[in-house]
Design a protein around this ligand. Sequence first.
Ligand code: DAH
Length: 348
Amino acid sequence: MTEIFDDLEGMRAEFNDALSGTETPEALQQVKVLFLGKKGKLTSWLKNLGSLPPEERPRAGEAVNSLRDDFESRLADRRVFLEERQSSEVERRSGLDVTLPARGRTWGGIHPVAQLMHDVVEILAGLGFSVALGPEIEDDFHNFEALNIPASHPARDMQDTFYFPDGHLLRTHTSPVQVRSMLAHGAPLRIACPGKVYRKDSDPTHSPMFNQLEGLLVEKDISVADMKGCLEVLMEGIFARPLKARYRGSYFPFTEPSLELDIECVECSGKNPSCRICKGTGWLEVAGLGMVHPNVLRSGGIDPEVFNGFAWGIGLDRLAMLKYGLTDLRVLFDGNVPYLLSGRTFSC
Ligand code: DAH
């Protein structure tokens, strides 16, 4: 019986020698096959077990099994050792340190104003409007003249408008796209024009560059009721619920009559006298609008005796602030990603 154990101890020593000489996973595999493979030393030895006297078999079997377990765990340890050595070698050569903590991932998101433009365009597409875009560098004709803005109008003042030395200017509103679209396509026409506009203004509630959404519909027999219906569907779509609306008389050179649209405060619905959004008035001013002035239709090559229509201008940045609960207009332009993304998720 002791011979058997001597034999096994001899095999253990042999295995240890073979194992400590392995330097690669391939060499390790060879040692495994040599001892534990189908024709391996230990496996063959196991087959001899049957020739032992029956009373010796259990102990011998136990000894062989424990040796096999030992070989297997030693092989596994050596594999881990070789793999670690290999990866640290790769790291050393590439300068990569996989033990450094991960940096974390910042997800990008759609800018609130871009998201709002997208939503607005989608709502208006459902009402038959197409998107029209115009140049940000405009001329006096499209930005002012054709919109019935008289030469004496304060908007033309150097104080408000960025002029280029050659007389061109940065458009002060998206309304010139009305004129360009009428001249290009004639009537009937339904267009939505989102885009950047520029004015010499800069304080917590004004930025020298901001975004507007112009709308224009020119057809036959259009009434103020059509205009109200359209704007109310738009507001309801943006805020995803019906909102009370009220209209106040106003003045714009390019519309007659001219109105301003207020919606019920999206924060307090008029219930909080100290509401920070509506300042307790219960109303939020969201759009300028009106029936297109006959002179503007004429500038666009459209006969005002045949066609009429309505137009509106909306400040998209303010609307985005209302929709997403932002408090300072300037964060929209600062590129402060954590602030822009905080607490909001956008679809795309
Ligand atoms: N263009 C105007 C502005 O920038 C906004 C506006 C008001 C546009 C009334 C319109 C309108 O089309 O009908 O202040």
